[in-house]
Design a protein around this ligand. Structure first.
Ligand code: ZN
Length: 258
């Protein structure tokens, strides 16, 4: 393993837990889906290794260090082929240190819809989310050119749907892409249900979304900031793991060929 400070090791253990929270919240899709964290020393990024599910990411040993051109500098196992999603987000967005790409059920279906994703049920606990759609291809985002276009489509926002494929989210800290991914998946579920219901419906106007967030912030800024929600998901994960939920590995899966 490359030299790693105690702080980085602790962050990668946290990133492993964040992967498992995503699995817990319905973002697992067999052994695909990944998260990454910017290397604090500027060497590139730490990305989940390929071949294991999000629920099988146990700790720091399940990440590989890549430079921004995808060369592996450290770590056991191989990176996923969609590493450019993470490298280009971090290269082009200095405000972003943590990223996630998943194939959650409802968001993956909604990614095929041409109608922009609307907020149906605003929550006083969540920042309003803009989720543009990257329409270039349903294929893997496996080149830096394609990933750069994806980052352009995302603009200043923190989520982008990949057409007929899945979801990419990001933020300044590890909890952000997780909470945003969970929120977008719920928004997609709500939109699919109401659009499929044949009922006439209204989506709240922008002014109401802003007002509800304002109310939430006054009530409890820590909830809107996300830490309270993230801590809740971590407690829920700990209970699932203690109960022996088979989604979660009790020990590390060795890299293939070893
Ligand atoms: Zn994918």
């Amino acid at each position: 393993m490359a030299e790693m400070s105690n702080a980085l090791a602790a962050d990668l253990d946290e990133l492993a837990r964040a992967c498992r929270v995503l699995e817990l919240e319905g973002h697992g899709d067999r052994v695909v889906g990944h998260m990454a964290l910017r290397d604090p020393e500027g060497r590139g990024l730490w990305m989940k290794r390929a071949g294991i599910a999000l629920g099988e990411v146990v700790d720091r040993r399940d990440f590989v260090l890549l430079d921004f051109d995808g060369h592996q500098l450290a770590g056991d196992g191989k990176p996923h082929g969609e590493w450019p999603i993470h490298s280009e987000l971090m290269r082009l967005r200095p405000d972003i240190d943590a990223t996630a790409h998943t194939h959650p059920f409802y968001a993956s279906i909604y990614s095929a819809a041409e109608e922009p994703l609307a907020t149906i049920v605003p929550r006083a606990t969540t920042q309003p989310l803009r989720t543009p759609r990257f329409e270039d291809s349903s294929g893997l985002v496996g080149t830096q050119d394609m990933a750069r276009e994806m980052v352009e489509v995302m603009g200043p926002h923190h989520a982008v749907l990949l057409r007929n494929h899945g979801l990419v989210t990001c933020g300044p800290t590890i909890k952000d892409p997780v909470l945003i991914a969970i929120a977008v998946e719920k928004m997609c579920q709500e939109s699919l249900i109401i659009n499929g219901s044949n009922l006439k419906f209204t989506a709240p106007p922008e002014s109401e979304l802003a007002h509800k967030l304002e109310e939430g912030t006054q009530l409890d800024p820590a909830i809107v900031g996300g830490q309270v929600l993230y801590d809740y998901y971590c407690r829920k994960l700990a209970r699932a793991e203690a109960a022996g939920d088979p989604l979660f590995a009790s020990e590390r899966v060795p890299p293939r060929g070893r």
